[in-house]
Design a protein around this ligand. Structure first.
Ligand SMILES: *Cc1c(COP(=O)(O)O)cnc(C)c1O
Length: 377
């Protein structure tokens, strides 16, 4: 039997990446700026189909950090953040000596619950006398958050939204691309995301001025002077021209990668839908169009007769990588003191959910091998 390792989500090169890297070498643009950086930003701007300004950075985490700075977040401020996410959504809040306030998810999209979001804002105002400085919704596993409801609440209270679209490149909500709703949005090109630059991210800005200021902060905040003069604290967060070359090559195959991940999701859905106690996470309605970065299942152990942990261990025996869903931030030791608003939706998803191999380089036979493990539980 074929027992080669099946990974959750691997980098998947399209073939043209090295051409852009070679160009960078040939022209000696081996620095954190250059034609590939400009080209990659333009490609992303075109993809988003809205009037937005993109700044390529060294990581999605850096993008969140620079957005929070520009939203005026500082020591003692509070920032509302979706609890059910990867820690990188929340860590930059602490970089600024501000405090996260975590909010539960709703069960349709697994993203921030508008109901608990409102409750959190009201209660923080009552308890602290001031509004949270920003709201961070996440489009988890590529599925868009309920942006209409979230933006309406944000506008009602006058709180800016920073969209974490790190997992949602190419996903759409009501026909509009994720990353174009908030005041700012972060994108990620880490190794296992939709496309990769080996490591990298971008900040989506509304105005050219914000983009310019982002570039200023990301390149050590140097004043206009012949010598090195600084009036601000700066960061070294810009994307290198080599990494951006990989990104330009990846943008040529992004649509194919999205189509492949959606096809993998369709195959899982078709094959797993009649297994009692297993449900495949899916768009709740036509308003949502996930890139299906990762296909996830929820296991009801009482009905299925086995748990998600039973599946994960069996997969490991079969040399297949799977992963529990993100552990909510309000359950993380490092955030034990942070306020939390909600019930146990995110916690139950964490207890019973599993991410299945979904990389765009996987074949139908690979996916069938994964499916047969579940069918034979
Ligand atoms: C990957 C990821 C990030 C961080 O992106 P990096 O490029 O790895 O710094 C932020 N938020 C979420 C939800 C992510 O999955």
């Amino acid at each position: 039997m074929n027992n080669k390792r099946i990974w959750l989500s691997l980098a998947h090169m399209g073939g043209q990446e090295q051409r852009f890297i070679q160009e960078a070498f040939d022209t000696n643009w081996v620095v954190p700026l250059g034609p590939n950086v400009d080209g990659f930003e333009k490609d992303l701007q075109t993809l988003l189909e809205e009037d937005r300004y993109i700044v390529a950075l060294s990581a999605g985490t850096a993008a969140i950090h620079l957005a929070l700075i520009q939203l005026g977040v500082g020591p003692g401020d509070e920032v509302v953040c979706q609890s059910f996410t990867f820690s990188a959504s929340a860590n930059p809040i602490k970089y600024l000596s501000a405090d996260p306030v975590f909010v539960d998810s709703e069960s349709e999209t697994w993203n921030i619950s508008p109901y608990y979001l409102r409750q959190a804002i009201e209660d923080r105002i009552a308890k602290t006398g001031k509004k949270p400085k920003a709201i961070i919704p996440v489009h988890l596993y590529g599925l868009p958050a309920k942006m209409d409801e979230i933006m309406a609440i944000a506008q009602e209270y006058g709180i800016p939204v920073l969209e974490d679209a790190a997992e949602a490149l190419g996903s759409e909500y009501k026909g509009r691309k994720c990353g174009t709703f908030g005041e700012f949005a972060c994108l990620s090109f880490n190794g296992n995301k939709m496309i990769t630059t080996s490591g990298g991210g971008a900040l989506v800005c509304h105005t050219e001025e914000e983009a310019k200021y982002t570039k200023f902060l990301a390149t050590q905040a140097r004043d206009q002077a012949p010598h090195y003069q600084h009036s601000h604290i700066g960061y070294n967060y810009r994307m290198s021209n080599i990494c951006a070359g990989i990104g330009r090559g990846q943008m040529l195959v992004l649509n194919d990668h999205i189509a492949r991940r959606r096809a993998i999701h369709t195959l899982y859905k078709k094959e797993l839908s009649d297994i009692p106690g297993i449900s495949v996470f899916d768009n709740p309605s036509e308003d949502f169009n996930s890139n299906h970065w990762l296909t996830c299942v929820i296991v009801n152990p009482d009905v299925a007769g086995f748990s998600r942990e039973d599946i994960r261990l069996k997969m490991e025996e079969e040399n297949i990588e799977t992963r529990p869903l993100w552990k909510p931030m309000h359950l993380q030791p490092v955030f034990a003191d942070a306020p939390y608003y909600g019930g146990n939706t995110a916690e139950k998803l964490f207890d019973n959910g599993l991410c299945l191999p979904s990389g765009s380089s996987l074949t139908d036979d690979d996916i069938r091998r994964v499916i047969s493990v579940i069918k034979n539980m």
